[in-house]
Design a protein around this ligand. Structure first.
Ligand code: SF4
Ligand code: SF4
Length: 232
């Protein structure tokens, strides 16, 4: 899940200087769970903008703003309001905001600050466990990511600052390397604990990332065959 926080309303109003008509887009996925762009936040934003003298010409909740085709369909559905508005305020992650960018040439602005890919521990309690490095090495580390969960991203740890199992950067936090060693011990994979790891190959995450997979015709036929009910 993409974790974000709300931008201050003053910053949003400042970005809308000179513009009175606004269309607001919310997101039914991550932004709803993080309470930055769900139905409730969308209604609150309407009230904030109207109090600031803006006219909200339309709103919609897109199922997932990162789906660019869905986003285009939604803006087509609101063609009149989309034509009338001067700006689109997007209450979702930066990727969702850029889906709106791809659907219109008008002013598009984010209503959130996007932070990280997060695991949901409980309601409104998110933690970063993977920073999408492009080449996953979890198997060498007891499935606890040193790249992300060690404050220094050390591939060979712990560092000299670890104290009583806690991290020197944030003493409230467990040292990831203590967790890694304990986990490997539980698994009986002691060899992984003592091995020195070479520096990571960062070439796997050249930005911007891109992945295009096109299903082969042969695969389609196989899928159809697999779906046939028995006896056909
Ligand atoms: S090594 Fe860590 S940052 Fe890289 S993909 Fe695996 S979990 Fe994510
Ligand atoms: S104390 Fe542990 S988690 Fe913190 S920076 Fe050092 S090795 Fe990483």
């Amino acid at each position: 899940m993409i974790i974000a926080t709300k931008k201050p309303i003053e910053e949003i109003v400042k970005s809308l200087e000179g513009e009175t008509k606004v269309f607001i887009v919310g997101c039914g996925e991550c932004a709803t769970v993080t309470q930055t762009g769900g139905e409730k936040e969308l209604a609150e934003m309407v009230a904030h903008l109207e109090a600031a003298g803006k006219k909200v010409v339309g709103t919609d909740m897109v199922a997932a703003n990162c789906q660019e085709l869905d986003l285009k369909r939604v803006l087509r559905k609101h063609k009149e309001a989309a034509d009338e508005t001067q700006a689109f305020l997007v209450l979702s992650c930066g990727a969702g905001t850029q889906s709106v960018r791809a659907a219109t040439d008008k002013h598009v602005l984010p209503g959130t600050d996007t932070l990280f890919l997060g695991n949901v521990q409980r309601s409104m309690d998110f933690v970063e466990k993977c920073s999408m490095c492009g080449f996953c090495v979890l198997d060498d580390y007891g499935a606890i990511c040193p790249v992300t969960r060690c404050a220094k991203g050390l591939l060979n740890g712990p560092c000299g600052g670890m104290s009583h199992g806690n991290c020197e950067v944030d003493p409230e936090m467990d040292c990831a390397w203590v967790l890694i060693h304990e986990q490997l011990k539980k698994e009986g994979r002691e060899d992984k604990r003592t091995r020195t790891h070479a520096p990571k190959d960062w070439n796997a995450i050249a930005h911007p990332g891109k992945l295009v997979e096109r299903r082969q015709l042969g695969d389609e036929k196989i899928l159809k065959a697999a779906k046939k009910p028995e006896g056909e």
